[in-house]
Write a protein that binds this ligand. Structure first.
Ligand code: G1P
Ligand code: ZN
Length: 543
């Protein structure tokens, strides 16, 4: 088996976005496209030579083919050992856990997260570093720069590895271990949460539905929730990981997790509902006829952390992404711990977690996690909720109402405008940017603007600066309007408008957020000339 050097030429547009390189499957299927990106990673990460690489993905269409390509390239580039999830599967948080447990140099995670899969759908790849987290911007930029000059990649002729069979294999000098994708992760979860208490909760008749959305968490949820925690069979729905996610859009929100939402808001609804996305890092939490916003979920988990086995001693601090509501800040303030506001994207939490400055972190986009791995973790959030509920034994809605009574309620919504013309979207953003200096002191929707800026973040650990992270308009009563363009879309531009207001009075905690926020929503549309510039009169998705 000889190493072969194959001539290639650069492809445009291989810059990783918010979470890795995401494109249509057909783009990845072009000869050399995947290979170039992977070679750029090997060229930029010298510690992979002689090191251990973790490899797995969310099982979407093209996952297995990509894994075989990467295995050959890894061997040809001098990787010593490669750990691959059986069937090519590893949820994103499980990949992070495996990297950390086995002290790997890094990992390649194949996923386009919550984007639809199948031959016409999306595919993606990202590199995670030795702490188990997404590569920092410096490295993703270096990888991108390398893709622009690349003229060869290395591979090796060999037959395919039988990915469906756990065992030890070899390609040239590289050892390949096909591992159980669930085992390390399940063990980690068992070390964090009080499984006895949760088992007792289920034995008391507590009813749950977990919607795996025919994506990667199916096998994880079946093993942990129905297996180790003894929830009745049928608790996990859509539990089979399918390459096209059963034709669905594996994004756990009120729009796409239809079946779960129908059951949780229907007659005789279960006590607790949850869902996860394509690669298992997102989560949605529901009570009976009740939706918990991801921002509130982070705040509630933080406020109740000392009830949970692994966090009994309390939290070091909390971080949230800038567009996430300020509910977590209220909790941090009461607990007397630090709270950080980072740009969108999990990679910005890595340094704070590594430095021990934060224990919990989260994003409004259905992402919650802790220092146990360096990715957001859907099942972790669900189990954390179960641990809290096992101790408090209260309905989810009551728990939220008590939380709001104590900390105030942050009404929150996000309006997404998908597949907007990229030029129009840029024009809209520029129009808001142009107004920023004039806004402070102005009255909008009956409130006074306190601050208006283009968010820039200085990492408190390494001092690196990330600019242009979203436009914020902050009011003196805590309300906010935020405009951002998505960094994960694959077609046109996705405009996200995030709206929030703060209501301390428990007598006013009963409103529908769309109504409570109506004046701010209208003001955001006027300020940005939304209708005129995009031709849209309503969002594609509201969360
Ligand atoms: C979206 C979310 C962001 C999340 C990312 C990866 O990115 O908004 O919070 O970290 O997906 O799951 P965006 O498309 O907004 O750039
Ligand atoms: Zn995801």
């Amino acid at each position: 088996m000889t190493v072969r050097t194959i001539p290639t030429f650069p492809f445009e547009g291989q810059r990783p976005g918010t979470s890795g390189l995401r494109k249509r499957v057909t783009v990845f299927q072009q000869q050399g496209y995947l290979e170039n990106f992977v070679q750029a990673v090997f060229d930029c990460v010298p510690e992979l030579v002689g090191g251990t690489l973790v490899l797995g993905g969310d099982g979407r269409y093209y996952n297995k083919e990509a894994i075989e390509v990467i295995l050959r390239m890894a061997a040809a580039n001098g990787v010593q050992r490669c750990l691959v999830g059986r069937g090519g599967l590893l949820s994103t948080p499980a990949a992070s856990a495996v990297i950390r447990k086995h002290k790997a140099s890094g990992g390649l995670v194949l996923s386009a997260s919550h984007n639809p899969g199948g031959p016409e759908g999306d595919f993606g790849i990202k590199y995670n570093i030795g702490n188990g987290g997404p590569a920092p911007e410096k490295l993703t930029e270096a990888i991108y720069a390398r893709t622009q000059t690349l003229d060869r990649y290395r591979t090796q002729d060999t037959k395919d590895i039988p990915l469906d069979v756990i065992g030890h294999y070899a390609i040239g000098t590289m050892a390949v271990e096909v591992i159980d994708p669930v085992a390390d992760y399940a063990e980690l979860m068992e070390s964090l949460f009080d499984f006895d208490a949760i088992r007792a909760l289920f034995q008391s008749g507590f009813r749950m539905r977990y919607d795996a959305m025919n994506a990667v968490t199916g096998p994880y949820a079946r093993e942990i929730i129905e297996g180790r925690l003894g929830a009745p069979a049928g608790t996990v729905i859509n539990g089979e990981a399918l390459p096209d996610f059963g034709g669905g859009h594996p994004d756990p929100n009120l729009t796409y997790a239809e079946q779960l939402v129908a059951e949780m808001f229907g007659a005789n609804a279960p006590d607790f509902g949850a869902a996860s996305d394509g690669d298992g890092d997102r989560n949605m939490i529901l009570g009976r006829k009740f939706f918990v916003t991801p921002s509130d979920s982070l705040a509630v988990l933080a406020a109740n952390a000392t009830l949970v086995k692994a966090y009994k001693k309390g939290l070091a601090g909390i971080a949230r992404s800038m567009p996430t509501s300020c509910a977590a800040d209220k909790v941090a303030e009461k607990l007397g711990i630090e709270c950080f506001e980072t740009p969108t994207g999990w990679k910005f939490f890595g340094n704070l977690l590594d430095a021990g400055r934060i224990t919990f972190c989260g994003e409004e986009s259905f992402g919650t996690g802790s220092d146990h791995v360096r990715e957001k973790d859907g099942l972790w959030a669900v189990l954390c909720w179960l641990n809290v509920l096992a101790v408090r034994r209260e309905p989810v809605e009551q728990l939220l109402r008590e939380h709001w009574a104590r900390f105030g309620r942050n009404y929150y919504t996000r309006h997404d405008y998908e597949e907007v013309d990229a030029v129009d979207a840029k024009g809209l953003m520029q129009h808001v940017i142009d107004q920023l200096p004039t806004l402070p002191g102005k009255t909008i929707a009956g409130r006074t603007v306190k601050l208006a800026d283009d968010f820039s973040y200085t990492d408190p650990i390494d001092g690196s600066v990330s600019k242009n992270q979203g436009l914020r308009i902050v009011f003196d009563d805590g309300a906010r309007i935020i405009f951002r363009l998505s960094g994960t879309g694959t077609v046109g531009a996705t405009l996200r408008i995030y709206i929030e207001s703060y209501e301390p009075d428990p007598g006013k905690h009963d409103q529908d957020p769309q109504i409570a926020l109506a004046d701010l929503i209208k003001a955001a549309a006027q300020l940005s000339e939304l209708g005129e510039r995009t031709g849209r009169d309503r969002p594609t998705v509201i969360t």
